[in-house]
Design a protein around this ligand. Structure first.
Ligand code: AHR
Length: 327
């Protein structure tokens, strides 16, 4: 991609809700070859099947053949400071665009302002920031967590016409998608007087941790739990293990719903161990590439780009989908 310098025109973003960029012919601020667009990817790193699929898809999309140099910077043990350090390095290095999947929702204002001062557009992938100041980034590309968790809640209300005692397995505290998934779910189930929330606890996206949490919940509630909402697949599979070890039948005594739609979850749905899986589609590399090209061409980009996702509510639906699943 030819050398270019981006001229930021930060419009009245409260109204425009987008960052408009004008092009002026000059040398780019990027280090390295002017014919290559450098992308700094501040990533989460190893976290589970969803994250692996998402980050591999980004790396498979921004290739050298496509004219990009993608600098992949996964967090160290999910630590936000390592992400902020990588972000700062990318700004100092003068990459053309920064992609950010934030391990924590808060604490990004200073970094984002630095990128803005350096005229480096930032695109959020998956995770949002709080407070959500859309003047500090170009756009967020993600499935809609409110929509996805609302689908889980609406399924639960239909699956339990007389209500249920339920427990929520959450992702790590402080992660934007956790707050959004609680918001969407609670708005529907919270309005149902026949549903009783017996508790919620983080299991940090982990199968093993979720198994331990659910073992305790079942014991302390005399197994009187009919529904578990796991905010990702791995935790849902841990809940399945705990239900089985308690001598109960997942899918019958206790129904478990999850978010992500990874192969392991669909296989568990096909087997009847899970009862509902809401996809949170991780494969949006092409969308991210399109956004980057628009931003560098000075075109307007919407402040939020929703990645379509589907739901699976039966073994038959899972069996139909499994042969073509890409993650
Ligand atoms: O931010 C998306 C969430 O992060 C996924 O639902 C979960 O599996 C991942 O760890």
């Amino acid at each position: 991609m030819s050398a270019h310098k981006r001229v930021f025109q930060v419009l009245g973003l409260a109204t425009v809700g987008a960052l408009s960029l004008g092009l002026a012919a000059c040398s780019g601020g990027a280090a390295g070859d002017d014919d290559v667009t450098t992308i700094g990817f501040v990533a989460v790193g190893p976290e589970g099947a969803w994250r692996e699929a998402n980050e591999q898809n980004i790396q498979d999309t921004f290739t050298e053949e496509a004219g990009y140099e993608l600098k992949y910077a996964p967090a160290t043990n999910l630590d936000q400071k390592s992400q902020i350090d990588a972000f700062t390095s990318f700004v100092d290095e003068g990459v053309d665009v920064i992609l950010l999947s934030a391990t924590e929702a808060t604490g990004w204002e200073d970094s984002l302002k630095r990128a803005q001062e350096a005229e480096i557009p930032v695109v959020l992938l998956d995770r949002g920031i709080e407070p959500d100041d859309t003047s500090l980034y170009v756009t967020r590309i993600a499935p809609d967590n409110i929509e996805v968790s609302t689908a889980v809640a609406e399924w639960a209300v239909s699956a339990f016409p007389d209500g249920a005692n339920y427990f929520v397995l959450e992702g790590p505290a402080g992660v934007s998608v956790v707050n959004e998934r609680n918001e969407g779910f609670d708005a529907v189930v919270g309005a149902e007087s026949s549903f009783t929330k017996i508790g919620a606890q983080t299991a940090n996206w982990s199968t093993e941790e979720a198994k331990g949490v659910v073992e305790t919940v079942l014991k302390s509630n005399g197994n009187d739990v009919q529904f578990i909402f796991a905010q990702n697949d791995e935790m849902g599979l841990g809940a399945v293990q705990a239900v089985e070890e308690a001598g109960l039948t997942p899918g019958e005594d206790v129904k478990i719903a999850t978010i992500d739609g990874t192969q392991g979850a669909l296989e568990a749905l096909a087997a009847g161990d899970l009862s509902f899986v809401a996809e949170y589609n991780p494969l949006f590399g092409e969308t991210a590439l399109d956004v980057v090209e628009k931003v560098l061409a000075g075109e307007d980009v919407e402040p939020s780009i929703v990645v379509p996702s589907e739901t699976f509510d039966s073994p038959e639906a899972a069996q139909t989908a499994l042969p073509d699943r890409k993650y």
